[in-house]
Design a protein around this ligand. Structure first.
Ligand code: 5GP
Length: 142
């Protein structure tokens, strides 16, 4: 599938759409999911233009998983989560709704969580959650 440079996450990367960013570096952006399946639901995306894991370069894939590991640690700490769910959907047939590869990080289990991309969350609550994750990332880097 050809990469659509006007997909939602490409627009977020270019700051053409707002997002609640918790982490950014030269290769990666992490921001809050606006339809969270659970409190603290965070998305991690590479800046490389790729629809899914199959299209991502080896270099970007290796970098991305290290960033996912780091942000998952911060999310775990921020929400005092005993467990963390990490998932990544490839292709509409697998349920992927935004065609720019991303990892989902969700505190706890998806069992009993809200539906996938089902309902807008409370933006004040998500903003407060983003702040907790930023603080946890700051602590990790101390
Ligand atoms: P996918 O279905 O592609 O694996 O996941 C896409 C995710 O992006 C969903 O969890 C959905 O809630 C989230 N999402 C969709 N549109 C937006 C948006 O405009 N902003 C943010 N922050 N998240 C979005």
């Amino acid at each position: 599938m050809a990469y659509d440079p006007d997909n939602i996450f490409a627009k977020i990367l270019r700051d053409e759409l707002p997002s609640m960013r918790v982490y950014e570096d030269d290769t990666t952006l992490a921001f809050m999911d606006m339809m969270p399946q659970a409190k603290g639901h965070t998305l991690v995306i590479p800046k490389e233009a790729a629809v899914d894991l199959h299209e991502l370069s080896n270099v970007a894939a290796a970098d991305l998983i290290v960033k996912v590991q780091m942000i998952a640690s911060a999310v775990k700490q921020a929400f005092s989560a005993d467990g963390i769910t990490i998932f990544q959907l490839n292709g509409a047939a697998a349920g992927q709704t935004v065609p720019h590869i991303h990892f989902h990080i969700v505190p706890g289990s998806l069992l009993g969580a809200k539906g996938h991309a089902a309902a807008q969350g409370d933006s004040d609550e998500i903003a407060a959650d983003a702040e907790l994750i930023r603080a946890a990332l700051h602590n990790l880097h101390k």
